[in-house]
Design a protein around this ligand. Structure first.
Ligand code: ISL
Length: 575
């Protein structure tokens, strides 16, 4: 018998608050907007929501720069709205995960203001402050050569006290020094503030960056062309990382029935992963390892040319599906979040003739694996990336813009930037952040304002929630069926044992695997055609007579010559 838990069986719906629903006509989503759609969320068949940051913030990184964790970003609402949202969820049997952003704060946080005020401040040591270095010409240089994730040096000069402070992301996101015990305790108090108000757990932002090498050494030169280098070997999964997480668990999580999912960057090997999620280590429930959203990244950079190959998906899926049971860890199953493009447009197809089947096929993949499933708002209706006709001015996220501008600077004004823009069309974070498409009213019913904070995808007229409600053939209807099936047959899917069929057995473009109940009594065969052509499933005779469990294919029983339509996904079973 598998060891069961609510958080293992959860299906989580990620809400990007700015883009979900605007209730007061200011062009920006808000908490009352979310509250008004809780019945809809429940109807999708999910049972948990994850809210991207809703806290007070100057919004230089869309709320991942928090200035007060115990207050709400004013245009989103109040603490009372947040409490109502949590209660509204609980009334409907939905749980709530909040985003915990404690690797860094905003530079407008009181802690940082105090820390910055003087070298003698009791909070000086809550952040990383260092004296400058001087080069042979006597020119002031940052204390080490680390690059920020968003470009440029990771160090920022502060005239007032004549030192640099560290920020792995934006200069307005100074990194907290977790080696400082008082800082840790204050952070735990902030976490309790929300757990006491009913929050059911956290998604932990940039989780494994919290412990840096105490000497902050120069990074090895991995990119000779670049001014600054990736310091990941010194700041990712650093020496005290596990101590911090175990302390957080013992002092906070264990006092509540808390679900935790940590965002893991840079160190994604099996051993590192196991150290965070192996049950006997008392750390986290699960991780986002990120490799599933990186499959088409370039070799040296996210926006470098890269291509999706089914072989990568096969490899990553098989690796984690087989690894987790070995060390009693647990998988998170997802393909989309607010930091990249939509999986539909990157790994399958958003061409009009394939879009519906492709979205259903990806739902079949996500809902048939063992783990906790996460979907990003809009995924349930087959939301696609930004259209090709949009220009660079329609991309407003700081990460993509910084990259575009740095390349433009290198190439010079007027240079052809088509290649960069085409990579942004695939992978820019804006893609995951476009407003939700509710109906065919102006701006997809997202806002009554003349101008939403972010442009709505041109296809909202044809692709929206309202038009899919009541349409049995819609992507939305399929997600509902699939999420229900996953729960109904939880021992086969959520807790099942995965086994991939070799490429010889499945055919080159078909991803095929079985999921088996722990006692071997039930087995399902998942077939996913990742190509735009009709494909024959070569091993069909081995499964002859198996029944169709879900899928649009005409064959109710597996025959000796099963063919899959372009981007078709289907599941057969032996019961
Ligand atoms: O977005 C990325 C690449 O496109 C990642 O490198 C990302 O910055 C990293 O995974 C950390 O992400 C998280 O923390 C960031 C925030 O901007 C992201 O939105 C968040 O998911 C800083 O808080």
């Amino acid at each position: 018998e598998p060891e069961r838990a609510w958080w293992k069986e959860a299906s989580v719906y990620q809400i990007y608050p700015a883009s979900f629903l605007d209730s007061n006509g200011d062009g920006l989503g808000d908490l009352p907007g979310i509250i008004s759609k809780l019945d809809y969320i429940k109807s999708v068949g999910v049972d948990t929501i994850w809210l991207s940051p809703i806290f007070k913030s100057p919004q230089h990184d869309m709320g991942y720069d928090i200035s007060d964790y115990r207050n709400i970003h004013e245009p989103y609402g109040t603490v009372e709205d947040a409490e109502n949202l949590i209660q509204g969820c609980h009334k409907r049997g939905l749980k709530v995960l909040l985003d915990l952003v404690v690797n860094h704060t905003s530079d407008e946080h009181d802690w940082f203001k105090e820390s910055r005020s003087s070298k003698e401040s009791p909070k000086r040591d809550w952040y990383f402050w260092k004296d400058p270095k001087y080069d042979s010409n006597g020119i002031r240089q940052p204390p080490n050569n680390w690059a920020s994730v968003f470009g440029g040096s990771a160090w920022n000069w502060d005239e007032h006290t004549g030192q640099y402070y560290l920020s792995l992301f934006l200069a307005s996101q100074p990194d907290l020094n977790w080696a400082n015990k008082d800082m840790r305790e204050s952070t735990y108090d902030d976490m309790r503030f929300w757990l006491d108000r009913g929050a059911d757990g956290f998604r932990i932002d940039s989780m494994n960056l919290m412990s840096k090498h105490p000497d902050l050494p120069d990074a090895p030169i991995t990119d000779p062309m670049a001014e600054y280098q990736s310091g990941a070997i010194y700041f990712a999964s650093g020496p005290r990382m596990h101590e911090y997480i175990q302390e957080m668990r013992a002092k906070v999580f264990d006092k509540y029935e808390c679900m935790t999912v940590g965002e893991l960057g840079f160190t994604k090997d099996e051993k590192s992963v196991s150290e965070y999620v192996a049950k006997d280590r008392h750390e986290l429930n699960m991780l986002f390892t990120g490799d599933i959203v990186d499959m088409d990244f370039g070799d040296n950079h996210k926006y470098g040319p890269g291509e999706f190959h089914l072989s990568k998906l096969r490899h990553i899926t098989s690796m984690w599906q087989s690894a987790m049971p070995k060390f009693n860890g647990w998988n998170s199953i997802y393909m989309d979040n607010h930091d990249s493009g939509r999986s539909l447009s990157r790994y399958a197809s958003d061409f009009p003739e394939y879009r519906k089947d492709a979205a259903k096929m990806l739902a079949t993949y996500l809902c048939s694996l063992s783990g906790t499933v996460f979907l990003l708002q809009g995924q349930e209706i087959g939301t696609a990336n930004i259209p090709k006709s949009w220009g660079v001015e329609d991309y407003i996220d700081v990460e993509g813009r910084n990259y575009y501008n740095s390349v433009l600077k290198q190439r010079g004004d007027g240079a052809n930037m088509g290649d960069v823009l085409s990579q942004m069309r695939l992978k820019a974070r804006d893609n995951g952040r476009l407003p939700m498409q509710w109906n065919s009213n102006p701006h997809g019913g997202f806002t009554k304002a003349a101008k939403p904070w972010m442009r709505v995808n041109d296809d909202f007229d044809a692709w929206n929630v309202e038009s899919q409600e009541g349409d049995e053939d819609s992507v939305l209807a399929y997600w509902r069926k699939m999420l229900k099936l996953r729960k109904g047959e939880r021992d086969v899917f959520i807790y099942g044992t995965y086994e991939m069929l070799s490429e010889v057995k499945s055919g080159e473009d078909i991803f095929a695997y079985t999921m088996t109940k722990f006692d071997g009594s039930k087995q399902a065969l998942v077939l996913l055609n990742f190509s735009d052509a009709l494909k024959r499933f070569p091993a069909s005779k081995d499964y002859k007579g198996w029944k169709k469990l879900i899928g649009d294919t005409a064959e109710d029983l597996m025959t000796e010559g099963l063919e899959l339509k372009p981007y078709e996904g289907v599941i057969y079973c032996n019961w």
